[in-house]
Every structure is written in C-alpha cells, then in structure tokens.
Write a protein that binds this ligand. Structure first.
Ligand code: IMP
Length: 210
C-alpha cells in the first residue's frame, strides 16, 4: 500500500527533492502538496528560529489534512553579518523584493569583506508532525563561501552567489556556485537534503507502525 505524506510547501522543487529522497530510500510513499491535499491558509512564520517556523508550518499542515506532515524552514547565514539574513532570508531586501534584490543586497553589505572571511552556510530545519501530535525536527547545514558576483542559471534564492565547500570545480578549475550544479549534485550536498535524509528512519518507523 502507498502511504501519503504532506510536504507543507508550494515550492515544486522542494516537493520533487523530497519525493526523490523517499524513492531512493525504497519507500512506497507519495509526497503531496497542500494544493493536492486540499489548500489551506498559509500560517504566518512568526518565530525567530528555523525550528520554530518549521514547526508552525508542519502543525498547520497536519491540522488541515490529517496527514503526517513535513515542513522545512531554511535560510542563508552569513558570518560577516552575524548570521543574518537567517530566518529573514526570503524577505531580506523588503517584503516585495525578489531573489535577485535579496542577493544583491547581501553582496553590497559584504563588499568590503576579504575573500577568506566571506564564509556562510545554508541551514535547513525539517519538522515532522504526526496526527496524534508527536513532533520531531532535524537540522542540515551546507557550509561555503560567498562569491563576489552571481554565476549560473540553476537553483533559486541565493544559489548564484554561494560556493559550497563540497562543490567540485568546473572543468576549467573555476569554483562552481550552487546555481552551476545540477539538481542531483546540489541535493547530494544540500542543507535540505541532509536534514531530509536524517528524517527518513523516523518516517519509516512511523509508517511501519500504522
Ligand atoms: P523558506 O524556507 O522556503 O522560507 O526559504 C527561505 C529562503 O532562504 C529562500 O527564499 C531563499 O532565499 C533561501 N534559501 C533556502 N534554501 C536555499 C537554497 O537551497 N538555495 C538558495 N537559497 C535558499
């Protein structure tokens, strides 16, 4: 029998990433989105931590659908900015701003920072909440450095300015940003991939117990 779980996001890339992670693990699980499961109002992300916001999103999903719900909250933490933008990553340049405005603001804010001090990390917290109220969270991190200008067409958000420590260089020896990696290459080293893979044993246990 195929079980359904909800991933509380409308981001199709995150949905595809979790589906491929559960498929690779050999689970017969279908990951559905709020659109498929029955749309509900998105809760406000009012916490100042990734854990708090991931739990808000997962609790709202389970309350609306009755399905085991997974949610992730993530962001970019820049050392030279004291860990910001962090939970403010998607709105860093203002509520109406897009990914390009956000990453351009970060580049301006650190344009006087020496190359060896442009360190940063992506952080993802994955929360899982069950219909009977059990709550679990896992954290994944992807350390790296910030480039001085955007490169690449793939990914989203801050990917064009982020060079992961685990990324391999291009054929000409140039370091590659996340936006220059294929989706499987990024998923294998990403903060979200790590947190989601850490979640799998608990998911297997919960589905086995149903
Ligand atoms: P949320 O967890 O979907 O609210 O995402 C927060 C924000 O963090 C996104 O809008 C992006 O700006 C940034 N972010 C999170 N994960 C990534 C990633 O894998 N690549 C690039 N930006 C990311």
């Amino acid at each position: 029998m195929t079980s359904q779980i909800l991933l509380a996001t409308n981001n199709a890339k995150k949905l595809a990433e979790l589906q491929s992670i559960v498929d690779e693990a050999g689970l017969t699980v279908t990951v559905v989105s709020p659109k498929t499961a029955g749309a509900y109002p998105e809760p406000a992300e009012t916490e100042w931590s990734f854990v708090g916001n991931a739990l808000i999103k997962a609790r709202a999903g389970v309350a609306a659908t009755g399905l085991i719900t997974i949610a992730d909250d993530s962001g970019l933490c820049v050392d030279a900015l004291g860990g910001m933008p962090g939970v403010r990553s998607s709105r860093w340049a203002g509520p109406e701003c897009d990914d390009t405005a956000n990453l351009e603001l970060v580049l301006r804010q650190i344009d006087d920072v020496d190359e060896d001090r442009r360190t940063a990390k992506f952080v993802s917290v994955v929360a899982l909440v069950t219909p009977d109220g059990a709550e679990h969270t896992w954290t994944g991190e992807m350390p790296g450095v910030l480039a001085t200008a955007p490169r690449g067409e793939g990914g989203f958000g801050y990917d064009p300015i982020f060079v992961a420590d685990d990324s391999t260089a291009a054929d000409d020896g140039e370091p590659r940003t996340n936006a220059e990696l294929s989706a499987p290459e990024k998923n294998a080293i990403s903060h979200r991939g790590k947190a989601m893979r850490a979640m799998l044993p608990t998911l297997v246990e919960l589905l086995g117990a149903r």
